[in-house]
Write a protein that binds this ligand. Structure first.
Ligand code: SF4
Length: 425
């Protein structure tokens, strides 16, 4: 197990070294016309019904009249007919008003600008110099050594997974295609052939917008490569082809658990395995690297259900996989549901890899063991290397799968020695 973990840590360190950096922000003012990229508007109709309440509430918050604003904001939030944009803005204004009531009133001044993402300035990409990032490692490394550019095309997530901090931090809203293109063009001008990491939690939420973005990147001849995070049910072959043509080279997505009932309990809409396999297969054919996320320790989980999820992760054949332990973050619906089970008092341990609560079916030691075993089984096997190198040849893969079986038998033996039980696949 020690050797396996060392291998995993070395792999993760390599990925980290190759990952992007975050830089500071400042203003940039420049507007261009983009024939294929039309700005979405209006985002908010302030003329009628609850929009008037919202408009009035925003004014009150701007004037630091939080107590007067609160009932109006709550009215908008309680109205089932309110648009998603109105609700997002009301939620954000409410959070700003609550924080403004507690301490610094200046913190609430610009929340309207933070809602309209197009109104925000671009990061000061010019401050990071002209040194070109180097692509080394051939097919082994996706991201270039020396830096990638993190870009946000949207914020928040419209889904309802109860364990996820994204959904409670900010309402979901998108930048216009024109605004994103403007920033990408600026990046391409200042740093040739940039590698962009779209940090949106759900990049392909709006299919038409993604097509428009991809078309515009191609139409303007922007030379860049990029990766994104999304849900697999927000992808299809036609969209993938279009994004790949524009520069998509890697993507990550959540699978979380194999069991649909477990996912539904956590507010997550399950995605049929056949669709997951079809998308992954198409990504492989295009040469797009994939990283799948999995979570262990849902209350319905058991040793066997986690073993099945590990098995599925291997069968699905993503290039990389990340396994984490369910963590009830304060503020999430999961926290409300599980706070009585949480024993960990040190917030630094809420890192996604450390058990923090008493599980009904698994001990802390078992959870940690299953996490280590998942990494060992996923990364220490010949077909992982084949996936990394993009080897598709059927005869070669057949031989490698046989070798996998031998490796798994060896791993089972070591698991039995360690905890008297194998993570059977
Ligand atoms: S889809 Fe992903 S980002 Fe969105 S709420 Fe679920 S876990 Fe969070």
């Amino acid at each position: 197990m020690r050797i396996s973990l060392r291998f995993v840590f070395a792999t993760m360190l390599g990925l980290l070294l190759a990952s992007g950096q975050v830089w500071s922000a400042a203003a940039k003012e420049q507007k261009n016309e983009y024939p294929n990229a039309t700005r979405k508007e209006p985002k908010l109709d302030m003329s009628s019904g609850n929009q008037k309440d919202l408009n009035k509430a925003l004014e009150l918050v701007n004037n630091n009249q939080y107590d007067e604003a609160m009932p109006l904001l709550q009215k908008v939030l309680d109205d089932s007919k309110a648009s998603k944009y109105a609700r997002a803005l009301a939620l954000e204004a409410k959070a700003q008003a609550e924080s403004g009531k507690q301490d610094d009133a200046s913190a609430v001044k610009d929340f309207r600008a933070a809602y309209d993402l197009d109104a925000l300035p671009f990061p000061r990409w010019d401050l990071i110099g002209q040194k070109r990032a180097r692509q080394v490692g051939g097919k082994l490394l996706v991201r270039p050594i020396g830096g990638a550019f993190p870009v946000l095309a949207s914020r928040g997530c419209p889904e309802f997974c109860t364990y996820c901090p994204h959904r409670i931090l900010a309402g979901h809203r998108e930048r216009s295609v024109a605004s994103i293109i403007e920033e990408l063009e600026y990046l391409c001008d200042s740093h040739p052939n940039p590698y962009v990491i779209f940090r949106d939690p759900l990049f392909t939420q709006d299919r038409a917008r993604c097509f428009a973005l991809a078309d515009e990147i191609v139409a303007r001849g922007l030379k860049l490569r990029f990766e994104c995070e999304t849900r697999l049910d927000r992808l299809d072959e036609s969209l993938l082809r279009s994004l790949h043509r524009a520069g998509l080279r890697a993507m990550s997505f959540g699978v979380e658990s194999l069991d649909p009932a477990t996912l539904k309990k956590a507010g997550r809409r399950p995605i049929p395995p056949e669709h997951q396999r079809a998308i992954l297969s198409f990504c492989r054919s295009l040469g797009i690297k994939t990283a799948a996320f999995y979570v262990f320790g849902f209350l319905q989980d058991s040793w066997d259900s986690i073993a099945q999820t590990i098995d599925y992760a291997i069968q699905l054949g993503s290039t990389f996989a990340q396994f984490k332990i369910l963590t009830p973050y304060p503020g999430t619906p999961l926290w409300k549901q599980m706070s009585h089970l949480v024993y960990e008092k040190n917030w630094e341990e809420f890192d996604g890899f450390t058990p923090t609560f008493s599980h009904p079916n698994l001990t802390t030691r078992e959870m940690k063991f299953l996490l280590g075993a998942a990494y060992a089984r996923f990364y220490v096997r010949p077909t992982f290397v084949a996936n990394l190198l993009g080897i598709q040849s059927a005869p070669i893969r057949q031989v490698l799968r046989k070798l996998d079986t031998r490796v798994f038998a060896h791993q089972s033996q070591r698991e039995i020695e360690a905890v008297s039980r194998a993570v059977s696949c």
